[in-house]
Design a protein around this ligand. Structure first.
Ligand code: FES
Length: 146
């Protein structure tokens, strides 16, 4: 692929991006990342039900390749388990898009990283609420002293 040549799939996702927007409410988490190479930003929102991504949206301040990769990531991650979503790599995304010009590969970091951050955000929140709800821990600790 030439450095300035985009596949039909990249152009299609750039022109008609899927799942643009944000999500709010219960069981929603967000991943936000910035690209150190160009300074662009990406946000991915996920809604989780039964440990699966039931809904997903993205918002980006990024280039056409960032839009296309985010659009593809949301398609790849929708309906997947959290474990599976964590395994989606930028190479998977680029492959699904039939490749990206080499100089634009860094753009695909944003979407995959933001997805992973969103999953981690969800897991952290879940862990936090599980700990917050465990009154037994504090009681056990207070009874443990001599
Ligand atoms: Fe910044 Fe593509 S140039 S994400």
């Amino acid at each position: 692929m030439k450095s300035t040549q985009y596949s039909e799939k990249v152009l299609n996702h750039f022109r008609n991006p899927r799942n643009v927007g944000t999500l709010e409410g219960e069981n929603v988490a967000v991943g936000r990342v910035g690209n150190p190479v160009c300074g662009d930003l990406m946000e991915i929102y996920i809604k989780v039900e039964n440990d699966r991504i039931s809904d997903i949206k993205f918002k980006t301040f990024g280039c056409g390749s960032a839009i296309a990769t985010a659009s593809m990531v949301t398609e790849l991650a929708r309906g997947k388990s959290l474990d599976r979503a964590l395994k989606i790599t930028r190479e998977d995304v680029a492959k699904e898009l039939d490749g990206l010009p080499p100089v634009k590969m860094h753009c695909s970091n944003l979407a995959a990283d933001a997805l992973h951050e969103a999953v981690k955000d969800y897991l952290n929140k879940k862990e936090g609420s599980a700990k917050g709800g465990d009154q037994g821990e504090a009681i056990r600790e207070s009874q443990g002293g001599k």
